[in-house]
Design a protein around this ligand. Structure first.
Ligand code: HEC
Length: 485
């Protein structure tokens, strides 16, 4: 799946930046922030960022760049030929930047832009200062594309949530959320978002929608949307909501970070919200008395890699987490300390849940197993049982709030239902023709929605697992996607 995602990203980048590789140095004066900084960001910031920069050279602020790293200021304003920065870009030996082992040299046209900027005095644009954080400034200047009128390709269904009244299903789209009528499977509304995709969605008791997502490798966010706000227009019966800059729709931003947010969880009493993501952090907010006054309470750095899943205990005092670092962990929210680490998966862990009895944790992941483990600290994180059956990595794990059931979604194109008490496999829900990336439960607990890599949403009746309805959730792609050979 990883290579397919990479391919999809490359296609998306090619669409978004047509001709970006064969640009010429502009005839008009070069603007640092418009022309030069994006080249630095794309080709240099990965190694020359603010944290532990290579060669001690931080390029994310002009003042840091001009201070130089182990050597002096690499820029001589007005004199590109005498600038060390240009030397390293044009070098053919081991001093070349980006380093030879990472691939091709910078395109000649991009070097020309940097040379011209230095030749013109290496000036920065009005409104910037030498201490401007260039990562933040570029993010601020970035504007999301408007939603596609019609999708040429099915969009991956990475997140879904049922509205609290159970009548609507909110589904991730491309820079938008699409909102579908559960009874008819028809599109009713589209809500544009800054982020490219939602990775997690959940509704708060007050009816507001929490959105976790981002642009992979670029930025991440936790945003609060009011999907009942007045639309900016209605076309052919479909309401368009502006979630990018209409404050009635985008009610609040809880988090802006440097990489994608992957997961969200709400405490059973609805008072605490947790989010985790590719920056390895878990953030925890107190939502009382209202979302408008949400307070960031803890930023937890307990995992060594991306956080894929978070889940509260039934008493809201502990938080489970699952990570690409191959562990699931348990955090004591009151004491603010790590309680347990469960290492048995030996592979990335994509989902976590904590049983209502407070004694058992469940986790599932790349090793195709659901493992239950002891979460009472005196016994350590010992495995209790392993549940096998999926023929591919388990991408999502959900605990039914009212029944002793676990629900899993996997890269073997199935959704499965398990008895959490006995560890018995109950049902296999077959029908998807691609990896199942997301699952969501209807508030009454008897309907499950699942979404796939190839854009299908399927609704199922629980516990029978009988199909209720399915639709292609990419606007304009009204025909069902064909099964894969
Ligand atoms: C894959 C990592 C990587 C990337 C990408 C990279 N660099 Fe470097 N850079 C290094 C390392 C490592 C050093 C230290 C080399 C040394 O000390 O021999 C370095 C050193 C430098 C130095 C010398 C700093 C000093 O004062 O010692 C400059 C200038 C530089 N890089 C510019 C760039 C530019 C411009 C880009 C983007 C076009 C870039 N680098 C991209 C890894 C990287």
């Amino acid at each position: 799946m990883t290579s397919r995602i990479a391919a999809a990203v490359i296609v998306a980048l090619a669409i978004l930046n047509p001709g970006s590789s064969q640009g010429q140095a502009p005839k008009t004066p070069v603007s640092f922030i418009r022309d030069v900084a994006p080249i630095f960001k794309e080709n240099c910031f990965g190694c020359h960022g603010a944290k532990n920069p290579k060669g001690k050279l931080d390029m994310t602020k002009i003042e840091a760049l001009r201070k130089g790293g182990t050597k002096d200021d690499p820029i001589v304003p007005g004199k590109a030929d005498e600038s060390h920065l240009v030397d390293v870009l044009k070098a053919t030996d081991a001093s070349r930047m980006p380093p030879r082992e990472t691939g091709e040299p910078l395109a000649a046209a991009k070097i020309a832009v940097i040379e011209k900027w230095i030749a013109e005095g290496a000036k920065i644009d009005a409104g910037l200062t030498p201490s401007t954080d260039l990562v933040k400034e570029l993010r601020r200047r970035w504007t999301p594309p408007s939603p596609l009128q019609r999708y040429a390709f099915p969009v991956q269904i990475t997140a879904q949530a049922f509205s609290p009244d159970g009548k609507k299903l909110v589904v991730s789209g491309h820079h938008e959320l699409t909102i579908w009528d559960v009874e008819t499977g028809k599109l009713t509304a589209r809500l544009s978002t800054r982020s490219r995709r939602a990775m997690a969605l959940l509704f708060l008791p007050d009816g507001n929608l929490v959105y976790g997502g981002g642009r992979p490798g670029e930025e991440g966010e936790v945003a609060i949307y009011n999907i009942k706000a007045a639309p900016s227009k209605t076309e052919e019966g479909i309401a368009w909501l502006n979630g990018v800059d209409d404050p009635k729709v985008l009610v609040k931003k809880l988090l802006e970070t440097d990489d994608e947010v992957q997961c969200l969880a709400l405490s059973p009493d609805g008072k605490k919200l947790a989010a985790g993501g590719c920056d390895r952090m878990i953030h925890l907010w107190d939502l009382t008395p209202s979302i408008a006054n949400a307070k960031l309470e803890q930023s937890i750095e307990n995992h060594a890699d991306w956080v894929f899943s978070v889940a509260f205990s039934s008493d809201g005092k502990r938080l489970g987490s699952a990570s690409r670092d191959k562990t699931a962990k348990l955090w004591d929210i009151t004491a603010k300390e790590s309680l347990l680490t469960f290492p048995d998966h030996q592979a990335p862990v994509f989902g976590v849940a904590l049983k209502a009895d407070g004694k058992v944790g469940f986790s599932a992941g790349d090793d195709r197993q659901i493992r239950s483990w002891n979460i009472t600290t005196d016994q350590g994180a010992k495995q209790v049982k392993a549940m096998a059956g999926h023929g591919g990595p388990i991408l999502k794990l959900l605990q039914h709030p009212k029944q002793p059931w676990l629900i899993t979604a996997a890269a073997d194109n199935t959704v499965r239902l398990w008895n959490a008490d006995t560890a018995a496999a109950m049902k296999t829900l077959s029908g998807h023709t691609d990896h199942v990336l997301s699952i969501a439960l209807h508030p009454e607990g008897a309907i499950l929605a699942s979404g796939s890599y190839n854009g299908e949403v399927r609704l199922w009746k629980l516990p029978e697992g009988t199909p209720v309805r399915d639709f292609a959730a990419s606007p304009g792609q009204m025909v069902a996607t064909k099964p894969k050979k």
